[in-house]
Ligand binder design. Structure first.
Ligand SMILES: [Zn+2]
Length: 333
């Protein structure tokens, strides 16, 4: 899915991205975060959890939800929930409600109203038009196979001069020919992407569905998100999102990518295992398991604590430093 190859920067980044001026497109509603991602201003912290309603929460998504919730509470910040249901072809009916009930059951209470991306398409279209009107996009007729058949590099720029075949087109964002993309991740440390490996990426699909990368940037800016704590499977998306933030004049949030939950023995969690529903009847033991994977194992005296008590304890002792550089964690077999 993601064409960019990531390599950890082997030295401290001098060209750390600075947030662009807020409000240039009217997308942002509050000042951007401090330029140093390690400086947490407790007066401005807005985090979020943004599940896709394509299946029930699994252990991996629970870990991401707990990590972002506890980080927000630790900083006295807000924690928003946004349902990423833009791709209606993949949405499972009833799934959004089931995810929300599961969060409540775990004591993961959000601030404000739940937002649904499917109700915001006008905003994404507005952002798309803003990019198009400035010549930052082009129409691409390549099939998925043609576009992805490029090995380790991104889209080869086939249609930069116009679609090469008749028929429906996708809209791609033209990656500026600039230096490599670097950012400082609160968990993973300095991250660096080669700009040629990023490639011109799709912001509106051939079937006219607006792409995740565009929607998430518009939403994060509009909701004033200052801290994005999420799973490391989205680490590679971050470079694309920062490029879009700059093009749209949006502030860049602080990012922290939590380790992925993988199979105890072998590699990545298989699709079927990943889809295992979080058992809502035994929330506290599963919450303890999630906190253990987040390197915050509750002490023995909390063995019988409620989910709310466990989360309050975690918010009090929370430190992302315990996760530093950790890309994967394994549940006990
Ligand atoms: Zn093309």
């Amino acid at each position: 899915m993601i064409g960019g190859s990531l390599r950890r920067a082997d030295r401290s980044p001098e060209g750390r991205p600075r947030p662009a001026a807020a409000g240039a497109t009217g997308l942002t509603e509050q000042p951007g975060p401090a330029t140093d991602p390690h400086v947490q201003d407790p007066r401005i912290y807005v985090g979020r959890f943004a599940p896709s309603p394509t299946g029930p929460l699994h252990l991996g998504s629970l870990v991401a939800a707990v990590g972002s919730f506890v980080d927000a509470r630790h900083h006295g910040g807000k924690w928003l929930v946004r349902i990423e249901d833009l791709d209606t072809t993949r949405v499972v009916p009833g799934c959004s409600d089931s995810i929300l009930r599961t969060l409540e059951n775990f004591g993961l209470w959000w601030d404000g109203a739940v937002e649904y991306q499917s109700r915001q398409t006008e905003r994404y279209t507005h952002a798309l038009e803003s990019l198009q009107s400035r010549g930052l996009t082009f129409e691409c007729s390549c099939s998925r196979r043609e576009a992805s058949n490029t090995g380790d590099t991104g889209y080869p720029g086939t249609c930069r001069g116009g679609p090469t075949q008749p028929g429906p087109t996708a809209t791609r964002f033209r990656i500026p020919d600039v230096a490599d993309m670097r950012f400082e991740d609160l968990v993973q440390g300095p991250c660096e992407f080669e700009s040629r490996s990023l490639g011109d990426f799709i912001i509106r699909r051939r079937d006219r569905v607006l792409a995740y990368q565009l929607a998430v940037v518009v939403d994060d800016a509009r909701q004033g998100i200052t801290d994005v704590i999420r799973g490391a499977d989205l680490l590679a998306s971050t470079a694309w999102q920062i490029v879009l933030q700059r093009a749209l004049g949006c502030a860049t949030p602080r990012y922290g990518h939590l380790p992925l939950v993988v199979e105890p023995q072998r590699g990545k969690l298989s699709k079927s295992r990943r889809a295992v529903a979080v058992d809502t009847r035994g929330a506290a033991p599963q919450l303890i398991a999630a906190l253990q994977l987040l390197q915050h194992a509750p002490p023995g005296e909390l063995e019988r604590a409620s989910p709310s008590e466990l989360l309050a304890w975690a918010a009090n002792v929370w430190s992302l430093h315990r996760l530093h550089g950790l890309r994967e964690v394994r549940p006990p077999s």
